[in-house]
Design a protein around this ligand. Structure first.
Ligand SMILES: C[S@@+](CC[C@H](N)C(=O)[O-])C[C@H]1O[C@@H](n2cnc3c(N)ncnc32)[C@H](O)[C@@H]1O
Length: 271
């Protein structure tokens, strides 16, 4: 069975076939990971989660969040289906000297009930538009939330943070077909998206460039599809999977309550 067999093939292109390009993005956002981990730690504290509680960072990428949480004293397991990202995460955990507090596992989130058949976590973190919406099939997303439920201890949490939503799509940019320039230091990409309102699928294309003086040299292009939900859809899906809604925030940074508009989805469920 291929790894990631439930995600859309275009998502496999992004994180498997062309993982080296997404790794540039992850590495560019590495320092931001430190700040984001500060905000997440503030949220963990709010729910009384301390250094002895086990945290699973699902779809952890190259450990951007997991390693920075470990540096703050937390014990984190990171799971990702990209071999390249996991190898980079292991390397970085040694560089940052936190290999005794983080563990990285190369595996498919859809198989987490098998991977963690005995282990139970206090918190499962899903950070930065990860996993939910990747299969383009709400039934599969529901099944994933059910599987996560089984590996979280009673009184534990599922935190879906910084997730794209229908409510905060940039409709104007989508209508006008505008490309956004995203700076990545030595590299850059142009981000262009279109939206299918009938199925709520965002079709995104990233054109990658290497900077050469004042010029941009085209390297490669990635296109992927993502199903975007609204807050109430993910809440309903979570509740169907057995979760209880605890809180909804507008941003992990400010922890202001959620309101439709410019907020990303930040949902805390408990069981
Ligand atoms: C947008 S990235 C976010 C990475 C990380 N959470 C962060 O904030 O840097 C999504 C991650 O999900 C991983 N992923 C996608 N499908 C997966 C699957 N079926 N099982 C495990 N990881 C998966 C990708 O490899 C990628 O690292």
């Amino acid at each position: 069975m291929p790894i990631g067999y439930w995600v859309d093939p275009s998502i496999d292109k992004l994180f498997q076939d062309k993982a080296h390009l997404f790794l540039i993005v992850l590495n560019y956002r590495w320092e931001r990971g430190r700040v984001e981990a500060e905000y997440i730690a503030q949220l963990l504290k709010k729910y009384g989660i301390g250094p002895d509680d086990k945290i699973l960072d699902l779809g952890c990428g190259n450990g951007r969040i997991a390693i920075h949480l470990a540096l703050k004293g937390y014990r984190v397991t990171g799971l990702d289906y990209s071999k390249l990202f996991i190898e980079d995460a292991v390397k970085k955990s040694r560089q940052y000297n936190v290999y005794d507090r983080v563990e990285f596992i190369h595996g498919d989130a859809y198989r987490l009930d098998k991977i963690f058949s005995r282990e139970r976590f206090k918190v499962v973190l899903i950070y930065w538009t990860t996993l939910i919406g990747y299969s383009l099939d709400p039934d599969k997303d529901l099944e994933l939330l059910e599987k996560i439920y089984k590996i979280v201890e009673k009184g534990g949490y599922l935190m879906i943070l910084n997730h794209a939503s229908i409510e905060n799509l940039n409709y104007r940019a989508l209508e006008e077909g505008v490309s956004y320039y995203v700076d990545l230091g030595e590299y850059a990409f142009l981000d262009k998206a279109s939206y299918d309102p009938a199925r709520s699928i965002l079709h995104v294309t990233w054109r990658f460039y290497r900077k050469r003086g004042n010029d941009l040299e085209f390297i490669d292009e990635i296109s992927y599809d993502l199903k975007v939900y609204s807050m109430h859809e993910i809440v309903e899906m979570g509740e169907k999977a057995g979760w209880r809604l605890k809180d909804m925030y507008c941003s992990v940074k400010t922890l202001e309550p959620y309101k439709p508009g410019r907020c990303s989805l930040n949902i805390v469920f408990t069981r």
